[in-house]
Design a protein around this ligand. Structure first.
Ligand code: HSE
Length: 282
């Protein structure tokens, strides 16, 4: 095979209380095309992924050229870096004759990311519960929508992780465990209404409000307009609301409560991840 293209979905992660665990793939995509080529033009993020891939696969490395689309907004908490890493890993694995299986590729992607919750939906699609070495994924109903308020403001994940508190009180920890469990049960049973009221978070959003000051009022506006729940998407700056109806009304409310420089994207969830998005050309 001389050329492989991988379509990778965007993802929202954490879903409020499920910090570094929960993820959801979205119908918004990047495409990564790779071909063996001595005139390698791969950017740093791709070279790092390739280096880890060849090491883990115990294959002699080859040079490759890649082209990438960038439809997923970058540094906005929508899994753009995970999409590139996933695309490179899945594409190289395909070109190399599939020496690694899916879970091994997931582990590599998660390792490069430093957390597993974007790597999981990017690779497997759907709603995912993940740790560094394992994923459980579930189909998401077609009627679920994510309303995204994507500010012009960029947030660097590394910085947004550095500012987190190292300790949390027991009642707050219990609140997060309860919320994440409720959301998980609701998504697994596809009874999304059961997750209403469960999206509060005490682990990462309070500290990140320093970086995204309009977060509490956009969440409140979305929930008041009928969203099942709203939360900071990954480490931000995007704010996501999940809903089964009234997406336009929720979007208008979020826009009114948000910064002037922001755009709204209403998007369905995606059940196919990068593993199901491979196309080949000779
Ligand atoms: N769980 C990660 C975080 C996601 O919140 O830092 C980064 O997009």
């Amino acid at each position: 095979m001389s050329q492989v293209t991988v379509r990778i979905p965007a993802s929202t992660s954490n879903l409020g209380p499920g910090f570094d665990c929960l993820g959801l793939a979205l119908k918004l995509y990047n495409r990564v095309t790779i071909r063996r080529d001595d005139a390698s033009n791969a950017p740093k993020i791709a070279r790092e992924a390739a280096q880890l891939f060849f090491k883990k696969a115990k294959r002699k490395s080859f040079r490759f050229a890649c082209t990438m689309s960038d439809h997923i907004p970058q540094r906005r908490g929508l899994g753009s870096s995970a999409s590139v890493r996933a695309g490179i890993l899945v594409g190289l694995n395909d070109l190399a004759g599939k020496p690694l299986h899916e879970l091994e590729l997931f582990e590599l992607c998660s390792d490069l990311e430093g957390h597993p919750d974007n790597a999981a939906p990017a690779l497997f699609g759907g709603f995912t519960v993940s740790n560094e070495t394992g994923v459980q994924r579930f189909d998401v109903g077609r009627h679920l929508r994510c309303v995204l308020l994507v500010p012009e403001l960029e947030v660097e994940t590394k910085k947004a992780r550095r500012i987190l508190s190292k300790q949390i009180s027991l009642p707050r920890a219990i609140g997060n465990i309860r919320g994440a469990s409720t959301i998980t049960a609701a998504f697994v049973s596809q009874d999304y209404e059961a997750a209403r009221g469960a999206f509060g978070d005490s682990v990462h959003q309070p500290a990140r409000t320093k970086l995204v000051p309009f977060l509490p009022r956009v969440i409140a506006a979305a929930e008041k307009a009928g969203a099942i729940g709203a939360f900071l998407s990954g480490s931000g700056s995007t704010i996501a609301a999940v809903a089964t109806s009234n997406a336009d009304r929720i979007a208008r409310s979020m826009r009114r409560a948000g910064p002037t420089k922001a755009r709204i994207i209403i998007v369905a969830t995606e059940n196919t991840g990068a593993f199901g998005g491979i196309s080949r050309r000779r």
